[in-house]
Design a protein around this ligand. Structure first.
Ligand code: PLP
Length: 370
C-alpha cells in the first residue's frame, strides 16, 4: 500500500516529535523493574500531582458517563478571578500544546512565516511545518532569546512570533521589561505568543497583562503539566486578547478538555501549598545540580526553570549509559546540541543519584566530558 499520492505534502515531510523516553519502554527494553527507574526527561513534577487536584479528579471520574463542559465554564471563571481578567480572555486546551496547534489552525498557512528562537520548544516548529508555513529560527545568544534579533526577523509574511520564557531547553528567561518593550514594538500584523509553561518556577513571573489591556495582539500560554504535576491529564490554557481567544475557541474540538482534567485544574489553582513547595524544592534542586556538576567539571547553563542543560561531551552516549543504569534524561541532539543533555530537577534523592551516576560515568564510563 502506498499513500504518497494521497497524503498532503506537509505531512509527507513532517518531522516526528521525539518525547522523553517513557519508563515502561525502558523497563521493557532493558529488563529493568519500572519502579527502579527514575525519569528526569520531560520536566514532570517529581513530587507527583497536586493532592487537591488528585482528590478532585477521583471525584470527577464518578461522573465519567457525562460529556464534559466543552466551554470549560467553571475553569475559565476560576482563571478569570485568579488573573483579574474576563472569562472570555481565556482558551483552555488539551495541554497548552493544543493551543499551539489551535494558533496554527486559526492563523498559519502556506506562504506564512512563524518566527521563533532556536533552540526553543520544538512544537512551535512542528506545528508551523504541519500547516505548510515557514519556520524562521533565530539563534539564541548566550542561550537566551535575543528579542532584538527576533524582532528583526519579522517580515510582512510573519503571522506569529513565539517567545518561550523561561525557555525550554535552555532554562533561561527574559525580563518583564524586555518582554513588554518587545511586544510594544511589534508591527500590528503579528501575534506575539509568550509560552510561560515554566513561569511559576520563577521567584517573580513577568506580568504581561498590561499588553492585553493595551489591546495588543498577544496570547500567553500556561500549563497544569509542570508546577501542578498534571501532565497525564492534558490541560493548559491561553490568556490574551478576547477576540483572539474567540477565534481559537472556534477552531477547537467541542470537547477538547476532558472533565477529569477540568476538575483537577480547578482544584489545583487552590493548591498554593503544593505549588509553593514545588517551586521551593526546585530552587534547592537547581542549586544542588549546578554545584554538583561544577564539582564534576561539567558545564551547565544557569536555569530558572525545573530543568538544566549539562554539557557532557557525547550527549547521546551519556543518555544511553544513564538509561542502562535506570536513569532517563533527554539527549539534546534533536535540538542541535549533541554535547548536551537536559535533566529535569528531581527530588533531592533523585538529584543526588543523578550526580552519582554522572560522577561514575566521568570517572570510569568513558562518556564524560574531558
Ligand atoms: C512542557 C511544556 C509545555 C506544556 O505542554 P502541555 O501540552 O501543557 O503539557 C508547553 N510549552 C513548553 C515550552 C513546555 O516545555
Amino acid at each position: 500500500m502506498n499513500f504518497d499520492s494521497l497524503v498532503k505534502p506537509s505531512v509527507r515531510t513532517q518531522p516526528v516529535y521525539e518525547p522523553g523516553k517513557p519508563i515502561e519502554d525502558v523497563a521493557r527494553e532493558l529488563g529493568l523493574d519500572p519502579a527502579s527507574i527514575i525519569k528526569l526527561a520531560s520536566n514532570e513534577n517529581p513530587w507527583g500531582p497536586s493532592p487537591l487536584a488528585m482528590a478532585a479528579a477521583k471525584r470527577a471520574v464518578e461522573h465519567g458517563e457525562l460529556y464534559p463542559d466543552g466551554g470549560c465554564f467553571a475553569l475559565r471563571n476560576k482563571l478569570a478571578a485568579k488573573w483579574g481578567l474576563g472569562a472570555d480572555q481565556f482558551v483552555v486546551g488539551n495541554g497548552s500544546n493544543e493551543i499551539i496547534e489551535l494558533l496554527g489552525h486559526a492563523f498559519v498557512g502556506p506562504g506564512d512565516e512563524v518566527v521563533m528562537g532556536a533552540p526553543a520548544f520544538v512544537v512551535y516548529k512542528l506545528v508551523t511545518l504541519l500547516f505548510g508555513a515557514k519556520a524562521v529560527e533565530v539563534p539564541l545568544v548566550n542561550y537566551r532569546h535575543d528579542l532584538e534579533r527576533i524582532a528583526a526577523a519579522i517580515t510582512p509574511r510573519t503571522k506569529l512570533v513565539y517567545v518561550c520564557t523561561p525557555n525550554n531547553p535552555t532554562g533561561t528567561a527574559n525580563s518583564e521589561a524586555e518582554l513588554l518593550a518587545f511586544a510594544r514594538g511589534l508591527p500590528d500584523h503579528v501575534i506575539a505568543v509568550f509560552d510561560e509553561a515554566y513561569a511559576e518556577f520563577l521567584e517573580r513571573a513577568p506580568d504581561l497583562r498590561p499588553l492585553i489591556a493595551e489591546g495588543r495582539k498577544v496570547v500567553c500560554l500556561r500549563t497544569f503539566s509542570k508546577i501542578y504535576g498534571l501532565a497525564a491529564l492534558r490541560v493548559g490554557y491561553g490568556y490574551g486578547a478576547e477576540e483572539l481567544c474567540r477565534l481559537l475557541n472556534r477552531v477547537r474540538q467541542p470537547f477538547n478538555v476532558n472533565a477529569i482534567a477540568q476538575a483537577a485544574a480547578i482544584a489545583a489553582l487552590d493548591d498554593h501549598a503544593f505549588a509553593e513547595k514545588t517551586a521551593r524544592e526546585n530552587r534547592a534542586g537547581l542549586a544542588l545540580l549546578e554545584h554538583g556538576c561544577a564539582g564534576l567539571g561539567l558545564e551547565t547553563v544557569r536555569s530558572v526553570a525545573n530543568f538544566m542543560l549539562v554539557r557532557v561531551g557525547d550527549g547521546t552516549g551519556v543518555f544511553e549509559s544513564l538509561m542502562r543504569r535506570g536513569l532517563i534524561v533527554r539527549p539534546m541532539r534533536p535540538y542541535c546540541m549533541p554535547e548536551w543533555i537536559r535533566v529535569t530537577v528531581g527530588t533531592g534523592e533523585q538529584n543526588r543519584r543523578l550526580l552519582e551516576e554522572l560522577r561514575f560515568l566521568a570517572v570510569g564510563g568513558g562518556h564524560g566530558a574531558s
